[in-house]
Design a protein around this ligand. Structure first.
Ligand SMILES: [Mg+2]
Length: 339
């Protein structure tokens, strides 16, 4: 009967290992025991069950071994010189990492404060000398708890990764993988807030693909989508740090330039414009018009900044497309861009 039990215990450990890479094939158990005779007896019991057991002669050694090996199951004597079992358990709990199932051993007749031990984080108690059947049952309980804990940890990791994916989806434009309009507005508002707090300028480039409708009409919507993706790639490749391209909507893109004045923003816009113009395109050449604006005395809110960039963009379209226009229109840097 006991043999069958052992097999069950082994199977449980094996199946645990196939389910999770983190769990060892058989969890190594750490025995902390200052008395060599007790340690020897317990080691014999574990050897009989073919369970790997490591031995530490005191608490300090146990903690050092834990840092190296990350034991999940610890059986510790209570009465030990220097650091007793309760203090050791407290120290184990302070290490963090995966949960450690901590069993404390008392000698018969020992006066012990189990409430204090529980408060320190002890999971279970055993009385020395350990009884083979008793030990077996306790180990089954310990493994069941550790297995349940593994499942919880695994589910937690899955949830976290799912959350990260959802967060990514929530801020990403599906077609182009750029930031979407929602995230664009958040980032722009953050830039405006920082501008109000620190006085650092934030600039905005709005870009609109030239004659996009005719591309769709002539080559189909798939070609239109392909063009949007390629424009997005070129925007991304030509963005420097603190330049955040987003899909503003339809064939319109927005690039937020943090801590950046109008002149630098105009140079950046020209960089994007010429990159598009010089790229090779499958159907027909694709260009875009650019409007640039920056925060200042008359531009203090997000809607004012967007309206200003939009007005400059409109002006670029009016003046023949594939060019960069600034707001206000009479800026000295007006010469930048194809004119
Ligand atoms: Mg002792």
């Amino acid at each position: 009967m006991e043999g069958a039990d052992n097999k069950w215990l082994d199977n449980r450990m094996e199946s645990n290992s196939t389910e999770s890479e983190r769990a060892p094939a058989k969890p190594r158990v750490l025995l902390v025991e200052d008395d060599p005779v007790s340690a020897y007896l317990i080691q014999q019991l574990f050897m009989a069950q073919d369970l790997p057991l490591d031995h530490a002669g005191n608490g300090a050694i146990a903690l050092e071994m834990q840092r190296q090996n990350r034991y999940r199951l610890v059986i510790s004597d209570w009465m030990m010189p220097e650091m007793n079992g309760v203090d050791l358990c407290r120290a184990f709990r302070g290490l963090g990492g995966p949960y450690v199932y901590f069993i404390l051993c008392t000698s018969k007749g020992q006066k012990s404060d189990r409430a204090e031990a529980f408060d320190a984080g002890v999971d279970d108690f055993m009385t020395k000398p350990l009884d083979r059947a008793e030990l077996h049952i306790r180990l089954r309980v310990a493994l069941r708890i550790l297995e349940a804990e593994e499942v919880v940890q695994r589910q937690k990791a899955e949830l976290e990764s799912m959350n990260a994916k959802l967060n990514h989806l929530a801020v990403t434009d599906e077609l182009t993988s750029l930031y979407n309009r929602r995230r664009f507005q958040e980032m722009l508002q953050e830039g405006i807030d920082e501008h109000i707090r620190t006085g650092d300028q934030v600039s905005l480039i709005l870009a609109d693909i030239d004659r996009f409708k005719s591309l769709n009409d002539q080559f189909g919507h798939q070609a239109g989508d392909e063009a949007l993706r390629r424009v997005a790639d070129i925007m991304r490749q030509n963005s420097r740090r603190h330049e955040l391209p987003a899909r503003y909507g339809g064939e319109e893109f927005g690039i937020i330039l943090q801590r950046c004045g109008l002149f630098e923003a105009a140079i950046a816009a020209e960089r994007f414009r010429s990159a598009l113009e010089n790229a090779s395109w499958p159907d027909r050449p694709i260009t875009a018009s650019f409007g640039v604006a920056t925060t200042g005395v008359h531009i203090q809110t997000m809607s004012e900044l967007v309206a200003a960039a939009d007005q400059a963009l409109y002006s670029a379209k009016q003046k023949g497309r594939n060019r960069v226009e600034l707001f206000p229109a009479n800026q000295a840097v007006h010469a930048i861009g194809k004119g």
